[in-house]
Write a protein of this length. Structure first.
Length: 235
């Protein structure tokens, strides 16, 4: 009976030892490496992009007629729809982002009709302009605040002159100038960004042509632009 008791105690101790070892095996070792940490990739603005935009513009330039008897007269301004495409490249260094962008816009803001000696000279709505600009800004993760400055070109329409022989006519000509502005862009995904921006565009148009006893002086075209756009960023 005593031997049986000793055997029972020995078996119980052995089972306890085995169970304790099994539990210890299930616990992480203080010397074992921890699980690998996969950090989320940080968004960068660097890269090429292209996109489309829609907006509103207001042309504040004025056509003028010069007449020896009545001096200079004329005027008119127009606002309306504009839309187009853009593309460019950004490079990010820390919080700073620099780059270049070009765009081409259709602009229905060119009507510069005017009344002269009781006759209305109709304007031309259709026009276009484009810009080639440098951009610079500050990025806070997926948000980018930027300013922009550069070269502008285009023909925002103008008024048509009345010639007794050929009726209404208008001289088309592309003019150059400058532009500046700024805006806000936000990365919706790693490849798609949305932006809003405002631009001031000045086209130095100085062409003129004679109509009978008067001269039509093409105006400097000043355009205020507000537009929204979407870009696709290429990785």
């Amino acid at each position: 009976m005593r031997i049986s008791s000793l055997s029972l105690l020995a078996a119980t101790a052995a089972l306890a030892t085995v169970a304790s070892g099994a539990q210890a095996a299930d616990l992480p070792s203080r010397y074992s490496p921890g699980p690998a940490y996969n950090a989320m990739p940080v968004f960068t603005w660097s890269g090429f992009y292209a996109g489309v935009n829609l907006g509103y513009g207001r042309s504040s330039g004025a056509s003028q007629y010069y007449d020896p008897a009545f001096n200079v007269t004329g005027g008119g301004r127009k606002s309306g729809f504009l839309g187009g495409v853009q593309g460019g490249y950004n490079y990010q260094l820390g919080m700073f982002v620099v780059g270049a962008e070009a765009d081409l816009q259709y602009a229905a803001i060119g009507d510069k009709g005017a009344t002269y000696r009781g006759t209305y000279y109709r304007g031309e709505d259709d026009g276009y302009f484009g810009t080639i600009r440098a951009r610079a800004g500050l990025a806070v993760d997926r948000a980018l605040v930027f300013g922009t400055l550069g070269f502008a070109f285009g023909d925002i329409g103008g008024n048509e002159g009345l010639d007794a022989a050929i009726g209404y006519r208008r001289d088309d000509s592309m003019s150059g100038g400058w532009t500046l502005g700024g805006g806000l862009e936000y990365a919706v995904t790693d490849n798609v960004t949305a932006k809003v921006e405002g631009l001031y565009v000045n086209l130095d148009t100085s062409d003129s042509y004679a109509l009978a006893d008067r001269v039509n002086i093409r105006r400097d075209t000043e355009v205020g632009v507000f537009r929204a756009g979407v870009n696709y960023k290429f990785n």
